[in-house]
Design a protein around this ligand. Structure first.
Ligand SMILES: [Zn+2]
Length: 499
């Protein structure tokens, strides 16, 4: 107890009286100052600190020169912690420097950076601004960090909005609009007006509806719930309202999909292990969705996974009326690229299907094909640099019976004029411009993928898919580095496959 008190005395009491003492100090002990300086210069901060503290304890004070060295040592000590990402000790060190010298500009800067990383933006901004006004050598970086903090707060606000956390979003937006000027402030006001205020209104309506559900006003609750997606489409509470309607066994209102496509009004929604399905008719749900669940593990197996690795469910929009499907394509013209009975927006993990008369074709071909595109994206994370043949080859590999027929079909057409030579096929990054060549392109893409799959197996398929993640690379390079085969040897394989 006694010792504890004494220690506290040396830590706080001595520091307080330091400035007074420093001014009336006896001539500086040059030897100690010189040793300390040497230690600091050689990165031995702890030793320098220890030496000076001993001197301090013994003499009761430090000379201004020694104090400067002591602060330098402590500051560098803090920076060492910072490099090791030990923020607790780094913070403590810089605070100690500031406790002895309130105007230590660089410590203000370092503390600003630490608090920014800890997302305490209020403190971060105070430190960074005082670092600049005290003339820190890190002023340009402090200025950049302030700008970054503004951007981070805006991003945090957007995230809170997406997650329905209205209070957090409001805090961040208010913080930005009251602490920043110019672009950041304008953006904050814009987000508040066009996103936060509607979200807050939707939240109030949603709260009112949930209160009514729990009491006796179920009918009124349903009316309110169905008005939320209409008035506040694509907000967090539009989704929540639909979820609650689903639980209540009521039809839901989906005005827009998560990628912003406009949908026909009242649908139903049901979730399975890996899918979040929006559909018109129960009968089609039962015909399609179980097959999708069954196909999924096989698709993942092609990439070498023993089971699906999706963290979030894939959305399936299942149309069953031709009129609705046509209208859907018409309303979203421009956003919807393909005119077919199905397409996938793999980036958003969405599949759009129109269940026409031929359920078996749908189940055998379209569903596994589109799902493969989504799985492919989920494995790689970016398909911008994936050559066209690779994606379409993979997707077709999972269509029932198709790979078996490919080789035979290819043998019969390989001498026609539309045949695409191997080297040309593998360098296509888009679909061929010539419409006559499209079906040949699909056929050859599948053949090529089939060949690779048979000869090299799923692990290599995944490695190849990942090789195309960051930039465009020639097939030759991928063949050599992933498959371990030269282009001329690969061409021999291809020739044998085709002939
Ligand atoms: Zn496709």
């Amino acid at each position: 107890m006694r010792q504890g008190l004494r220690r506290r005395f040396s830590a706080a009491g001595v520091l307080l009286s330091l400035f007074i003492l420093a001014t009336v100090a006896t001539p500086p002990c040059l030897a100690e100052a010189a040793i300390a300086e040497h230690l600091v210069r050689n990165g031995k901060h702890v030793e320098a600190i220890r030496l000076l503290e001993e001197k301090w304890r013994a003499a009761g004070n430090l000379s201004p020169e020694e104090l400067r060295l002591y602060l330098d040592a402590y500051y560098s000590y803090g920076k060492q912690f910072l490099e090791k990402e030990d923020f607790t000790n780094a913070r403590a060190s810089f605070l100690r420097v500031m406790g002895l010298d309130r105007r230590h500009a660089d410590s203000h800067f370092q503390l600003g950076i630490i608090e920014k990383r800890a997302k305490d933006y209020q403190k971060a901004l105070q430190y960074l601004r005082s670092a600049m006004s005290l003339g820190s050598q890190h002023s340009p970086e402090a200025n950049l960090a302030i700008i970054e903090a503004g951007k981070e707060c805006l991003a945090a606000a957007q995230k809170a909005i997406a997650e329905g956390r209205t209070k957090d979003a409001r805090w961040y937006l208010t913080f930005v609009s009251s602490n920043f000027a110019g672009e950041e402030r304008n953006k904050a006001l814009e987000v508040a007006t066009y996103q936060l205020i509607p979200l807050e209104r939707a939240a109030r309506e949603y709260a009112k509806a949930t209160r009514l559900v729990n009491t006796r006003g179920r009918r009124e609750a349903v009316r309110i719930l169905r008005s939320i997606p209409k008035h506040y489409p694509m907000t967090f509470f539009a989704d929540r309202a639909n979820e609650l309607l689903t639980r209540l066994g009521e039809k839901i209102i989906v005005v827009r999909t998560s990628t912003g496509l406009q949908l026909p009004p009242a649908w139903r929604r049901k979730q399975t292990a890996h899918f979040d399905v929006y559909y018109e008719k129960e009968i089609f749900f039962n015909r399609i969705v179980p097959h999708a669940e069954k196909a999924l593990p096989q698709i993942f197996a092609t990439f070498g996974y023993s089971r699906p690795t999706w963290k979030k469910k894939c959305k399936i929009y299942l149309f069953s009326s031709q009129g609705d499907w046509r209208k859907f394509l018409e309303t979203n013209k421009g956003a919807v690229l393909e005119w077919s009975n199905a397409f996938a927006i793999s980036k958003a993990m969405e599949v759009y299907l129109y269940e026409s008369k031929d359920t078996s074709y749908m189940v055998k071909h379209i569903v596994p094909h589109e799902l493969t595109h989504v799985v492919h994206f989920s494995v790689v994370g970016n398909l911008d640099y994936t050559p066209a043949w690779f994606g379409e080859g993979l997707a077709q590999l999972h269509e029932e019976e198709k790979p078996k027929q490919t080789r035979r079909m290819l043998r019969s057409v390989r001498r026609t004029e539309n045949y695409i030579p191997l080297r040309e096929l593998v360098s296509l990054h888009a679909y061929p411009a010539d419409a006559d060549k499209i079906s040949m392109f699909y056929l050859e893409s599948l053949a090529l993928m089939d060949l690779i799959f048979r000869n090299f197996g799923p692990k290599k398929i995944r490695e190849m898919a990942l090789a195309y993640k960051k930039r465009r690379i020639p097939f030759e390079t991928v063949a050599r580095s992933v498959l371990g085969i030269t282009m001329s040897d690969f061409e021999k394989l291809w020739k044998r496959y085709v002939e």
